[in-house]
Design a protein around this ligand. Structure first.
Ligand code: B1M
Length: 217
């Protein structure tokens, strides 16, 4: 198999052994670290999600795949392009919402934003909105970013926005939302319609990056 397909296969099979040589080979033939993540590793993760959704893969194997994915991203990170400079473009508090443990996407967003000059305060998974608010105050954040992959997380995000608004924080922080269970329509019509502040949807980490500039005032 070509190295890209082999890497996707590693994610699907949860095969950690031999990961480094494959990644080195991919980098060696000139593939960019981020392209390896987007074009191959995430392709594998997509298949994992489909198999799991159809009941053809059990949870412990999904977890193994997630671990290989995380290891691969950690190995590729030093090879990713970084914007140099000591002035930060702005600060975002980033969290996976209450009740949700999925963090691979959130951590990719962290890497991409950090590499592009933003300060990211990544407070982890299963975070209540109160923790996001505390961190945003402490770090004088410009934006609050929430990630969530479960359908129930989309409801949690709605509640979080309501709480931000009821505490008057809608005027202080624009909110960036992302994660596989969200849709653009849900965020831009349903959520934004009911939230007095600014809320934006990012389909992927790169859209998140593009949105940061207008959100940081
Ligand atoms: Co879970 N899981 N999982 N899982 N899991 C999904 C989400 C699911 C769709 C699988 C399926 O059924 N096909 C399904 C949700 C169904 C639903 O809600 N309707 C599901 C389920 C059901 C569950 C459990 C409930 C299973 C169980 O226990 N019975 C359980 C949930 C536990 C909990 O959260 N309380 C669970 C657990 C797990 C594992 C722990 C095994 C593991 C997570 C490990 C980890 O993250 N550390 C896992 C995994 C790996 C998945 C799938 C297969 C892959 C997720 C992933 O990492 N994708 C997933 C299937 C899928 O998503 N289709 C699935 C790659 C990642 C890069 O994508 O996070 O979407 P994503 O991020 C993208 C964009 O969305 C965006 O940028 C990223 C890349 O560009 N983005 C943002 C994300 N956040 C952003 C924030 C931003 C901007 C952009 O700004 C703030």
């Amino acid at each position: 198999l070509p190295v890209g397909e082999r890497l996707a296969r590693r994610i699907i099979d949860g095969a950690r052994k031999g990961l480094e040589p494959d990644l080195e080979e991919a980098l060696g033939v000139g593939m960019k670290a981020l392209d390896i993540v987007n074009d191959h590793l995430l392709e594998g993760m997509k298949v994992v999600g489909e198999l799991f959704g159809k009941g053809e893969m059990q949870l412990p194997f999904v977890l193994q795949s997630a671990e290989v994915m995380k290891a691969a991203v950690a190995l590729l990170e030093p090879h990713m392009e970084k914007v140099e400079g000591d002035q930060t473009k702005g600060t975002i508090v980033l969290a996976t919402v209450r009740g949700d443990v999925h963090d691979i996407g959130k951590n990719l967003v962290d890497i991409i934003l950090t590499n592009n000059g933003y300060k990211v305060v990544n407070i982890g998974i299963k975070q209540p909105v109160s923790a996001m608010i505390d961190a945003a105050i402490e770090h004088d954040a410009d934006v609050i970013g929430m990630s969530g992959l479960l359908v129930k997380s989309t409801v949690v995000m709605k509640e979080n926005l309501e709480e931000l608004a009821s505490r008057g924080y809608d005027k202080r922080w624009p909110v960036l939302l992302g994660g596989a269970a969200l849709t653009r329509t849900y965020v831009e019509d349903d959520l934004a319609g009911a939230f007095p502040g600014v809320v934006r949807y990012a389909k992927d980490a790169f859209e998140g990056l593009r949105l940061m500039e207008p959100l940081v005032r």
